[in-house]
Design a protein. Sequence first.
Length: 480
Amino acid sequence: MKQWPVYEILKDAAHQWPTHAAVHDEHGSIHFQQLFIETEELRNQLVKLGVKEGMGIGVMAANGRNFIIGIFAAVGCGATVMPLSPGLKKPEVDDILNDAKLHVIIDDQSGIQPLDTIETIIPLRNGSFRFAYTAIHESVAFAAFVHQPAFIRFTSGTTGKSKGVIVSHQAVIDRVMAANNGLELGPGDTVVWVLPMAYHFMVSIVLYIKYGAAIAVAKDFLAANILTITNRYAGTLLYASPLQIKLLAADKSSEQMPSLKKVISTSAAISPDVCKAFKERFSIDVSQAYGIIEIGLPVLNYVKSAEHPEAVGYALPGYTVDILDDDYQPLPAGQVGHLGIKGPGMFDAYLLPPTPSSQVLRNGYFLTADYASKTADGLIKVEGRSKSVINVSGLKVFPEEVEAVLETMPGVKQARISSMPHPLMGQIIVAELVLHTGMLVEPEDVVTYCKKRLSSFKTPQRITIVDSLPMTGSGKLQRH
């Protein structure tokens, strides 16, 4: 059997810590050896069904062991894996299939049925996967221009304007090892998991498996359930978005989390006031982390989270993080410029159009589209995020994607999507609509229309009917 480095991570963990708990979820606890056994069972079934090197496979499942089993099994076949959220709607899945040209999708039936026809049902020890082929023939190789591609992700969760980020087996290994230089996790740790696995698998979940840390999956992100799961399994790290941290800070019970050593906020900027409230409630500092799909987790604020909770932190060992001018040259300390990153685990290519990372980098830097500053001792603060991308509870939304859906609605002539601040969600989606002459559209109908075609977090929360929208001189929609 040909070896695939990411699959070997789980195999090695089963050898090193066979009886150590790997996952705590709704089915109970499973140790590393059993996790590998069940993954190998599924891998063998996938091989029998024709999954092999050169294929692309989508894996859609709810948070828990079966998602981990599904992804490692698919990677172990030599296929390139796209983790898919069960919250995706059918039009979103159709767009992904149209752009990504996957060969197969498996799903645990926790979301919509991704494809109209089902080839077979693969039983698991707990639950099952539906297996379905797409219309793409196996002779059409997936991402043939990348050596040993392991994962692909469209950064918004669907296609939108995303190019599709391809990360090879070696790049996954490199970024996981580099990230743990900062996280310092090991078999004595239990990570309390509240984020969607589909959007955080490549570094987070793979890293925990590689270093023997257990994963305790909370059934939802309500404060009471996070408290319960943390204390039940003696969680040592809470890896969460600002939304979950804010809910915990506002918890009115007296319950503490005495086993918790570290709290990391990721996915979006967090308010210093929320960090302060969390520390007052639990006596633990909140550390920001800066993760990005193209390069992993290059920046972490463990060192000065108490003094500077607003900062994303320092570059981890092996990474060079600079603030660049418009010519992509480093700026002096204190100045605001483009945030550029060099280091291990860089993505290999974009899928659409096929573009190797070497053609994307500028002076060796990956440009994040964020503006940032850096102090003389290297502490990095993000000053402003990309103007077009919206963060809703740490999940990214491309305005163009929502606008495209709205403009298919009968009566809608043109749409513009923006955002407004929200005390809990960070930002919410705002829609401005221009209607065709003589047409009437109720806001409730707009919401219903979007919810059938988009993930819930992308659905507009504020809807305004306007006579016209401003355009640029070249005829493009003018954004806020």
